[in-house]
Design a protein around this ligand. Structure first.
Ligand SMILES: N[C@@H](CCC(=O)N[C@@H](CS)C(=O)NCC(=O)O)C(=O)O
Length: 200
């Protein structure tokens, strides 16, 4: 398999963490690319022009991080990242994580292409409020979750989104308002799959 990615995409990082958790790192060749430069090799496999894109051994291209994670969960020897016994809880958490990632990523891209003044726009303000609401909800919810022996797609998605906030929008996570979430995040990201995929 081939994975098209870069080192700063939170969506690609979710897939990389899943690959490591499933014991599939050696089954994949990493194809580093720049999706914002209309990279020819990426466009040849994924007309959407976005990363992550996974080309399977049968030559099919999969896009969308959560769909790729779903596929990878059918392979490999690691514990399931989508365990059926807890599927509602896992998908609920993954949705919050993906929503947080989307709001943070769109904010970063808007600033990059339109300048910091875009923060005052109606849409940027909506995203900002969504980020605060999601973080508040996570502070309530994850504190009550036991730290699992094997992380699921729910914890992976939320933890990567929190890392992305710290990486790109540190003013958001500087808050001392959510101490339980900070502790939970530190525990979840202790493992090798998070260390080996740090944003760079
Ligand atoms: N919903 C997608 C989002 C993927 C995405 O937005 N990737 C960004 C990089 S982090 C990208 O490739 N952007 C290039 C573009 O939009 O042209 C997923 O979960 O994989």
């Amino acid at each position: 398999m081939e994975l098209y990615l870069n080192a700063t995409s939170p969506y690609a990082r979710v897939v990389r963490v899943v690959l490591l958790e499933k014991g599939l790192a050696d089954a994949v060749t990493l194809q580093w690319c720049d999706p914002w430069a209309d990279d020819d090799s990426l466009l040849a496999v994924n007309p959407v022009g976005r990363i992550p894109a996974l080309v399977t051994d049968d030559g099919a291209t999969l896009s969308e991080s959560l769909l790729i994670a779903h596929y990878l969960d059918t392979l490999g020897d690691g514990e399931p990242v989508l365990p059926m016994a807890r599927i509602e809880q896992v998908l609920h958490l993954a949705g919050l994580g993906q929503g947080l990632m989307d709001a943070a990523f769109t904010t970063v891209i808007a600033r990059k292409h339109q300048g910091a003044e875009t923060d005052d726009s109606v849409l940027a303000q909506r995203r900002w409020r969504a980020i605060q609401r999601i973080l508040d909800r996570l502070e309530q919810e994850v504190a009550g979750h036991p730290i699992p022996v094997a992380v699921t797609l729910g914890e992976i998605t939320v933890a990567v989104a929190l890392d992305y906030l710290a990486f790109r929008l540190p003013e958001v996570t500087g808050s001392k308002k959510r101490p339980r979430l900070v502790t939970w995040h530190a525990r979840i990201t202790e493992g090798a799959s998070f260390h080996q995929t740090r944003f760079a």
